[in-house]
Design a protein around this ligand. Structure first.
Ligand code: SAH
Length: 243
């Protein structure tokens, strides 16, 4: 029986890799994934077989990994952050029925929301929502509805895929929706770029200013709830303890 690990290696250059992720990579005969993520771990395994595919060939990559595992090999399909968060775990499981001889194990990793939150302080200290601003696979109207619902629920928000070269204005549009839905322009917010990688940058600023920020696809954005505040240069969303 072949084995397929679907592995999230954390957001950065291995500092946030879980022990289970490292053990799965150690156990694999073949490392499979998008070349950026393979590049982050390649030097750990100079002798291992590597199978890379360009971005946007996700289904091909999942099928290729399942095929190799079905042939009896131990395969690690490598994703950034956590494999289950906008990653490969869901499509692999959707395709799994056709590969009954493959034992699939989803290996948890540290998603960008958690590592980015730690870099900014504790913005996710109470209830929060993660929303992706990418409309490649989700209609913008659905994204807008979810932003409005999160604002109505006064959740802290973590925004993935806040922009790309083809859609540079998504963060501004999202901020305008949140402001229109009643969030204060003074809401404490922040962003982190290149979390855990060389050149990590971060910034804390109010929602009214966040809409002017030029962010890219390597950035994760945080929008506070009405309770979030800045203390000594860090974002804090209080848990509610009497301190
Ligand atoms: N599976 C990944 C998410 C993939 S979606 C995870 O769990 O983290 C891609 C988005 O994740 C990016 O647009 C960005 O918003 C966020 N992201 C992933 N890695 C990041 C990093 N090192 N620094 C900042 N943001 C990152």
């Amino acid at each position: 029986m072949g084995k397929l690990f679907v592995v999230g290696i954390g957001p950065g250059d291995r500092a946030c890799m879980t022990g289970r992720a490292r053990a799965a990579l150690d156990a694999a005969d073949v490392l499979c994934g998008y070349d950026t993520y393979i590049g982050l771990i390649r030097d750990l395994y100079p002798a291992k077989e590597i199978y890379t595919t360009p971005m946007r060939r996700e289904a091909d990559r999942c099928r290729a990994a399942l095929e190799m595992a079905a042939a009896g090999r131990t395969v690690a399909l490598v994703c950034g952050g956590d494999a289950g968060v906008y990653g490969m775990a869901a499509p692999v499981l959707e395709l799994a029925e056709a590969y009954p001889a493959v034992d699939i194990e989803v290996v948890p990793g540290v998603t960008a929301a958690l590592a980015g939150a730690a870099a900014l302080g504790a913005p996710l200290g109470h209830d929060f929502c993660i929303i992706s601003l990418s409309d490649l696979l989700t209609p913008w109207l659905v994204i807008e509805r979810r932003l409005r619902a999160a604002a109505a629920g006064d959740f802290a928000l973590c925004l993935y895929n806040p922009a790309s070269s083809r859609r540079p204005d998504h963060l501004r549009r999202a901020c305008d929706i949140l402001l229109d839905a009643g969030k204060s322009p003074d809401t404490a917010c922040g962003w982190v770029r290149n979390i855990g990688r060389t050149g990590e940058e971060r910034r804390i600023l109010p929602l009214g200013a966040l809409r002017e920020e030029a962010v890219d696809m390597f950035t994760t954005v945080f929008v506070g709830s009405s309770a979030t505040f800045v203390r000594d240069g860090r974002l804090v969303t209080p848990r509610g303890y009497a301190l």
